[in-house]
Ligand binder design. Structure first.
Ligand code: ATP
Ligand code: MG
Length: 423
C-alpha cells in the first residue's frame, strides 16, 4: 500500500468533533467585539517579508527563527504572517483608515511560526486580534483589558491572572537599555549564551529569560519603572486607577517586556497556570511608533491578541466544553418504497423547525443498522416513515433516549416534536 500523506508537523486538522467548540468560541468572540463597538477587518495570510522584519524587529524570536519565508515565482520574498498587528497596520495605512481618526478593529485567523511543536505551541495556530488607533491615553488600554476580562467571565474561566508593566517611551527605554547593558556587563559570568548574544542587540529580552541563573541575576537588575519620566508614570498610574475602579485585579510584573520591538508604555498578559509552560492566553500593549515605522503618519495604537488554541485547551482542561450532537431528529424510511416520503418529511421538518438539526437516513442498510445509525447520530427522536401507519397518513415518533414510541398524524408531526423537545 502506498504510504499515506500526513499533515505538516505542528499543523493540525480540526476534526468534526472539535469544530463545535471552535464555532462556539468564535461566535462568543464576535458577539463580544460587537458589544464594544469593534469592526472586523480581514487581511491576507501572506505578506511581503519586509513588513514583518521592519515591524517586529530583527532581534526577536519571531524574525530570527520562526518565520515561514519563501521566494515567490517572481523572486519576491514572502512570509506567512506570524501575527496580525503588522498586517493590520499595513492595511490601515494602505486604505487610509488610520490618520486623523479613531478605529476599533478586530480580526481572527491562522498565524504561522516555525517553532518546536509541543502542547499549546503549534506551527499553524489561530489568534483573535484586537487593534485600536488614534487614542493616546490609558482609557482605551483599560477598555481592552475589560473586554478580555468579560470574555473570561463569559467563558467560565476563573484561573487567569493579569500581569501589567510599562515600557515608557522609546527615549526612556533607550536610557534604560544603557543602564541594563552596564549592569549585565558587570555580571557577565552569570549570563548564558543566549543572554550574551542579546546583550547589545536586545538587552531587555534578557529580563524575560527562563534560565534560573539569569532569572536570579535579574532580581537585582535595575528597574525600568525607576527610569520613567513623570508623564509615563502618570499614564501608567491612570490605567491602574481605571482598573481598580472597574474591579479588575492585576499584578505589576517589571520583567514583562514582550517579545516584539514595537511596544511602548503599557504591556499586559493574561496568564493561566493550568497549561504548564505555555500559560499566556492573551497578550497586548501599546505600539505608538509602529504606524510611522511602516510608512504612515504617527498614530497612537494599542492592541492585543489571544491564542484561540490555548483558550480552547484551557476550557477543555477545566471541563467547560459541551458537545452538541449532529442531529436532534433522525428521519428514516422503514421500507425501500418509503425513501421519497422520508426525504420529503425531513425537508418539511427543516421548513417548520428551523432551529433544529434534522438528519435523513441515507445509505440504505437493514432496519437494524438504520436504528443503530439513528442512535449514533445523537438525535433525541427518530421519525419512522412507512409501514401501516404510513398507509393511514401517520408517522411514528420513537424516542431514542428512553420512553414509549407514539403515533401521530403526519400534519401534526412538527408541532408534536417541538413540544417534546422543549419539554
Ligand atoms: P509565547 O511566549 O508563548 O511564545 P508569544 O509572546 O510569542 O507567546 P504573541 O506573539 O504575543 O505570543 O501571541 C499572542 C498569543 O498567541 C499568545 O499569548 C499565545 O496564546 C498565542 N500563541 C503564540 N504562539 C503560539 C503558538 N506557536 N501556538 C499556539 N498559540 C500561540
Ligand atoms: Mg513565542
Amino acid at each position: 500500500m502506498a504510504k499515506g500523506i500526513q499533515s505538516i508537523r505542528g499543523m493540525h486538522d480540526i476534526l468534526p468533533d472539535q469544530t463545535p467548540a471552535w464555532q462556539q468560541l468564535e461566535s462568543t468572540l464576535q458577539h463580544l467585539m460587537q458589544q464594544y463597538g469593534y469592526r472586523e477587518i480581514r487581511m491576507p495570510v501572506l505578506e511581503q517579508t519586509e513588513l514583518f522584519s521592519r515591524s517586529i524587529g530583527d532581534v526577536t524570536d519571531i524574525v530570527e527563527k520562526e518565520m515561514y519565508t519563501f521566494e515567490d515565482r517572481n523572486g519576491d520574498s514572502l512570509t506567512l504572517r506570524p501575527e496580525g498587528t503588522a498586517s493590520c497596520v499595513r492595511a490601515g495605512i494602505q486604505h487610509g483608515l488610520l490618520f486623523n481618526q479613531t478605529q476599533r478593529l478586530w480580526y481572527m485567523g491562522t498565524m504561522y511560526r516555525h517553532e518546536r511543536p509541543q502542547k499549546g505551541r503549534y506551527r499553524e495556530f489561530r489568534q483573535i486580534g484586537v487593534e485600536t488607533y488614534g487614542m493616546p491615553g490609558p482609557d482605551v488600554e483599560a477598555e481592552l483589558i475589560l473586554m478580555s476580562a468579560r470574555l473570561w467571565k463569559r467563558l467560565g474561566l476563573k484561573q487567569v491572572r493579569l500581569e501589567l508593566n510599562t515600557l515608557g517611551t522609546a527615549e526612556e527605554r533607550q536610557q534604560y537599555r544603557q543602564q541594563l547593558i552596564e549592569f549585565y556587563q558587570a555580571h557577565e559570568e552569570q549570563l548564558d549564551e543566549e543572554a550574551k548574544s542579546r546583550l547589545h542587540s536586545n538587552p531587555l529580552r534578557i529580563l524575560d529569560s527562563k534560565n534560573p541563573q539569569v532569572a536570579a541575576l535579574n532580581t537585582s537588575a535595575p528597574s525600568l519603572m525607576d527610569a520613567l519620566g513623570e508623564e509615563s508614570r502618570a499614564h501608567f498610574d491612570t490605567l491602574c486607577e481605571l482598573l481598580r475602579a472597574a474591579g479588575v485585579d492585576y499584578c505589576i510584573n517589571p520583567k514583562l517586556v514582550r517579545g516584539l520591538d514595537y511596544y511602548c508604555h503599557t504591556v499586559f498578559e493574561w496568564i493561566t497556570d493550568e497549561l504548564g509552560a505555555q500559560g499566556t492566553i492573551c497578550a497586548g500593549g501599546r505600539y505608538d511608533g509602529l504606524v510611522e515605522q511602516l510608512g504612515g503618519r504617527a498614530t497612537p495604537a494599542v492592541g492585543m491578541a489571544m491564542g484561540m488554541d490555548r483558550l480552547l485547551a484551557l476550557l477543555e482542561e477545566l471541563g467547560e466544553l459541551t458537545m452538541p450532537s449532529a442531529a436532534d431528529i433522525y428521519v428514516l424510511a422503514l421500507g425501500a418504497d418509503d425513501e421519497a416520503a422520508a426525504m420529503q418529511c425531513a425537508e418539511q421538518l427543516r421548513d417548520q423547525m428551523v432551529d433544529y438539526k434534522v438528519q435523513w437516513h441515507c445509505g440504505g442498510g437493514s432496519l437494524k443498522s438504520r436504528f443503530k445509525k439513528a442512535d449514533k447520530s445523537g438525535a433525541r427522536y427518530a421519525v419512522l416513515i412507512g409501514g401501516d401507519e404510513g398507509q393511514r397518513g401517520e408517522v411514528v415518533i420513537k424516542p431514542l433516549r428512553g420512553g414509549e414510541q407514539i403515533t401521530v398524524a403526519s400534519d401534526e408531526l412538527a408541532q408534536r416534536l417541538t413540544s417534546y423537545i422543549q419539554e
